[in-house]
Design a protein around this ligand. Structure first.
Ligand SMILES: C[S@@+](CC[C@H](N)C(=O)[O-])C[C@H]1O[C@@H](n2cnc3c(N)ncnc32)[C@H](O)[C@@H]1O
Length: 339
C-alpha cells in the first residue's frame, strides 16, 4: 500500500462506515481494506485502470470533473503533484460538503503537503495536522462557511501562441503540462519543418494538444490521434482542437494501453516524471512497445532533454536514431521503423 493509504488506514476510526469521496486515489487496496461507502474521482487513467473492478463502475469516475456525490460525510484529497491541481480539486470537492463536514488532505512531505494549512485554510478556520508518518501528513479542516459553486470556466485558461507560420489558441487547466506557455522542448520539436508522412499520426502524451495542432496544419495529409493519461489534458486538447477548427481524435491511454493499429508517424515530448519524481520508465516502455504501432517505414519523432539516454533504447527497439535538431538542453530525435 502507498504511504498515503497507510496513513489513512491508521486513522480508520475517522472514516469507517462513512459516505466518502476520495480524490486522486492511488491504485492500491485502500478502499478494500477500509470499509466505507466510497466514491472515487480520478483524473489519472493509469490509477483508474488499476482500480477498475475494485468497486462498482459508477463509483469510480475518470474525468476532469468531480462527480456530484450527495450527502457526503467527508471528502479526502490525495495531494497531487501540482498545487494548482489541488486548488482545482478542492474547489469542486468542498461545495459538495455541508457546513460542519470535514475535508482531509493527505500527501507526502516532498509532494507539497506542507502547503496543506494554506490550501485548507480557505475553507475553514484552524486546519489541523492529525497524523504524520512515513514521510506523509494527514490534515483536516471543518468546512465552516458557504462555498461558491464550481464553474469550470473560472479555471480554463485560454492563451495564444504565435509561430512564424500560424497563430494558435490553446486551452489549459491547472496542472496540465506547460500550463499557459509553450515548453522549450515542444518548441524545438515544432521548429523542425521536415514533413511528416501522410496517414495516421499518433501524438503520445498530447497535453493540451500543441504538437498536433501545429503539425496538423503543416501536414494536411496526416490524420492525428492524440492520447494522454490525464483527463484534464484530454479535455484541454479537445477544446483546443475545436477552437482552432482542427479535426482529430483524442482519448485516454496509459502508455500505449489504448492505442490500436499502426501509424505512419508517432510524435511525442514523452513524460519523464511520475508525480514528483523523475521517472523515465514510461518513456522506456513507450520505446519498447511503439514498434507495434508503427507501420513499416513509419517515423518516430520525439524531443527529449539531451541528458536522457534515449538513443540506445530507440535504436534497440526501432532503428537508427538521428538527431534532427538540438540546442543546449533538448534534442529532437527521429527513427524509422524497418520497412
Ligand atoms: C512532457 S508532456 C508533453 C505534453 C505536450 N505534448 C506538449 O508538448 O506540450 C508529457 C505528457 O505525457 C502525459 N503522460 C504522462 N504519463 C503518461 C502515460 N503513462 N501515458 C500517456 N501519457 C502520459 C502527461 O500527462 C503529459 O501531458
Amino acid at each position: 500500500m502507498d504511504n498515503t493509504s497507510q496513513i489513512l488506514e491508521r486513522s480508520a476510526e475517522l472514516f469507517s462506515g462513512q459516505r466518502l469521496l476520495l480524490v486522486n486515489p492511488v491504485a492500491d487496496g485502500l478502499t478494500r481494506n477500509l470499509s466505507a461507502d466510497w466514491t472515487l474521482w480520478s483524473w489519472d487513467y493509469a490509477s483508474s485502470r488499476g482500480l477498475a473492478g475494485s468497486l462498482p463502475e459508477e463509483r469510480l469516475v475518470f474525468s476532469h470533473l468531480c462527480p456530484p456525490v450527495e450527502h457526503l460525510d467527508a471528502a479526502i484529497l490525495v495531494m497531487p503533484k501540482a498545487i494548482e491541481r489541488a486548488e482545482y480539486a478542492l474547489a469542486q470537492m468542498v461545495p459538495l460538503l455541508a457546513q460542519g463536514k470535514p475535508v482531509y488532505l493527505v500527501g507526502e512531505k516532498k509532494g507539497g503537503i506542507t502547503r496543506a494549512e494554506k490550501l485548507l485554510g480557505r475553507y475553514g478556520v484552524r486546519p489541523e495536522k492529525l497524523d504524520s508518518a512515513r514521510h506523509c501528513q494527514l490534515w483536516r479542516v471543518i468546512v465552516d462557511q458557504p462555498v461558491a459553486p464550481f464553474s469550470l470556466g473560472d479555471w480554463l485558461q485560454q492563451y495564444e501562441l504565435s509561430f512564424d507560420d500560424q497563430p494558435l489558441q490553446l486551452v489549459s487547466l491547472p496542472g496540465v503540462f506547460s500550463h499557459g506557455r509553450l515548453d522549450e522542448g515542444s518548441e524545438l520539436l515544432l521548429a523542425e519543418r521536415r514533413p511528416l508522412p501522410a496517414g495516421r499520426v499518433l501524438d503520445f502524451g498530447c497535453g493540451s494538444g500543441v504538437l498536433s495542432l501545429i503539425l496538423a496544419r503543416r501536414n494536411p495529409e496526416a490524420r492525428f490521434e492524440l492520447v494522454d493519461v490525464d483527463a484534464l489534458a484530454i479535455h484541454c486538447a479537445r477544446q483546443s482542437l475545436a477552437l482552432n477548427g482542427v479535426e482529430a481524435e483524442v482519448h485516454a491511454s496509459d502508455g500505449l494501453s489504448d492505442v490500436h493499429g499502426r501509424f505512419a508517424a508517432v510524435i511525442s515530448n514523452p513524460p519523464f516524471h511520475t508525480g514528483i519524481r523523475q521517472d523515465t520508465s514510461i518513456a522506456e516502455r513507450f520505446f519498447e512497445q511503439v514498434t507495434r504501432n508503427l507501420l513499416p517505414g513509419g517515423e518516430l519523432r520525439i524531443v527529449a532533454n539531451g541528458f536522457l539516454r534515449y538513443p540506445p533504447l530507440i535504436e534497440q527497439h526501432i532503428g537508427p536514431c538521428h538527431v534532427l535538431r538540438e540546442n543546449n538542453r533538448f534534442k529532437v530525435y527521429s527513427a524509422v521503423a524497418p520497412g
